[in-house]
Design a protein around this ligand. Structure first.
Ligand code: NAI
Length: 462
């Protein structure tokens, strides 16, 4: 029986990063993956393909709205949807092949097929059984469905179907104003669809800083996305490739029906652990279907560990990656660790939205006194030159120590800008430390510095 130090089930960002780190640390490692390509949901049907479509549709938006003002005259480009999808496929291919290359380079074996765990220390793939000292489950998550809504991936789609629609819909209804709904809703709005988002709560992007939520929703409305807030979708009926969405308003229980060509169900994801045999093994699961782990990613069965979307915490690729690195280091006898207080969250719309650490609402609830430093991109020269003055940077710092507790950005390149605050937070920095750091001019990052200055004596450019 082939034998490994570590077998990882799942090759998404959690699993493949974990495998490479295990191999780098001298552990004989294999990854079980049943898909045709490596990379899991993120690379094949998630983060990477959606970013390709977000980029392409943003380019179209720039051409339609800003080129003429810059003196770039001419007809705006038309959309060749087939070509756009093939650009997206190429992007996926380059990334998934990249992981295959990294596996070969690091001598990580790919066990092709769907894995299960017949007993601790063994992984079954097809008819083959492999022995492993340690088994790491990195099996990810799947789309959560709604009662009364059947996903056919044609008319009623999950994010997977939304990335390969046969044509650009005339009218798209998005159920759920979370990250997936707003990112993909933005794509189709820019490609010409009428887009309406139906959301159960009264605010979009649950858990985000409330001021950002409001500004973000206002910005999306300005871009032409319609919202029906406080509405619970009851069901979707499909006839002749058209959908009828029924929803109830929470305020008065009134029922409404709305037609759409395509419906995107984006109401969350749940852990994917089907077929692993965890119940028979006695691995403890939470009520929400997550694998229960201790602080070192150990499940309740010795020798079996779990990371990423199938355990507790935010369902984010980079959280899974960091957990993958940490468990690899722990198994190699080092001190792997993830700082859950400094995990950035990014929404890749235009403008982007990014946050790290605590929101104002969380600080108020915890009774922590804080200073707010805010700076608008309107005061940033680079942003103005690039038609990107919408949005702001907000830094929250402890009132007595000035230590940075959180940062929330809506604006150009927010997903990149957030990382200087992440590094500062990892080092326990004060807002003054950021404010005293020289920032190159003219860059968007000056807005971060100005927000840090605003926590103290005040920004310069506002
Ligand atoms: P989500 O949890 O972010 O948002 C789902 C929304 O649907 C919530 O606002 C909820 O109130 C609403 N909802 C639920 N049931 C409803 C109903 N019956 N009627 C109307 N509204 C309803 O989930 P989403 O957007 O599907 O994303 C899933 C996961 O994937 C999240 O954990 C997200 O963080 C992750 N993700 C992250 C990305 C990123 O980091 N850029 C990109 C895509 C996904």
């Amino acid at each position: 029986m082939p034998s490994y130090d570590v077998i990882i089930i799942g090759s998404g960002p959690g699993g493949y990063v974990c495998a490479i780190r295990c191999a780098q640390l001298g552990l004989k490692t294999a990854v079980v993956e049943g898909r045709e390509t490596l990379g899991g949901t993120c690379l094949n049907v998630g983060c990477i393909p959606s970013k390709a479509l977000l980029h392409a549709s943003h380019m179209l938006h720039e051409a339609e709205h800003n080129f003429a003002a810059m003196g770039l005259k001419g007809k705006a480009p038309s959309v060749d949807w087939k070509q756009m999808l093939s650009y997206k496929e190429d992007t996926i291919g380059q990334n998934t092949k990249g992981i295959e290359f990294l596996f070969k380079k690091n001598k990580v074996d790919w066990l092709k097929g769907w894995g299960s765990i017949p007993e601790a220390g063994k992984v079954k793939v097809g008819d083959d059984v492999h022995a492993a000292k340690h088994i790491i489950i990195a099996s990810g998550s799947k789309v959560s469905t709604l009662p009364g809504v059947e996903i056919d991936e044609k008319t009623v789609v999950s994010s997977t179907g939304a990335l390969e629609l046969g044509k650009i819909p005339k009218k798209l209804i998005v159920i759920g104003a979370g990250v997936i709904g707003l990112e993909l809703g933005s794509v189709y709005k820019r490609l010409g669809s009428e887009v309406k988002v139906i959301e159960f709560l009264d605010a979009i992007t649950p858990g985000m800083d409330a001021e950002i939520q409001k500004t973000f929703q206002r910005t999306l409305k300005k871009q032409g996305i319609a919202f029906q807030m406080g509405a619970a979708v009851q069901g979707v009926e499909v006839k002749n490739n058209k959908a009828k969405v029924t929803y109830k308003l929470r305020k008065d229980d009134s029922e409404h029906v709305e037609d759409a060509d395509t419906v995107l169900v984006a109401t969350g994801r749940s852990p994917y652990t089907d077929g692993l045999g965890l119940e028979a093994l006695g691995v403890e699961m939470s009520k929400r279907g997550q694998i229960v782990t201790d602080g070192h990613y150990a499940t309740t069965v010795k020798g079996i560990y779990a990371i990423g979307d199938c355990i507790d915490g935010p369902m984010l690729a980079h959280k899974a990656e960091d957990e993958g690195m940490a468990i690899a280091e722990i198994l190699a006898g080092q001190k792997g660790h993830v700082n859950y207080n400094v995990i950035p969250g990014v929404i890749y719309t235009h403008p982007e939205v990014a946050s790290v650490g605590q929101t104002e609402e969380q600080l108020k609830e915890a009774g922590i006194a804080y200073n707010v430093g805010k700076f608008s991109f309107m005061g940033n020269g680079r942003a103005k030159a690039n038609f990107a003055g919408d949005g702001f940077v907000k830094i929250l710092a402890d009132k007595s120590t000035d230590r940075i507790l959180g940062a929330h950005i809506i604006g150009p390149m927010a997903g990149d800008l957030i990382h200087e605050v992440c590094v500062a937070m990892e080092f326990g920095a004060a807002a003054e430390d950021l404010a005293r750091t020289c920032h190159a001019h003219p860059t968007y990052s000056e807005a971060v510095r100005e927000a840090a200055l605003a926590c103290g004596d005040g920004p310069i450019h506002s």
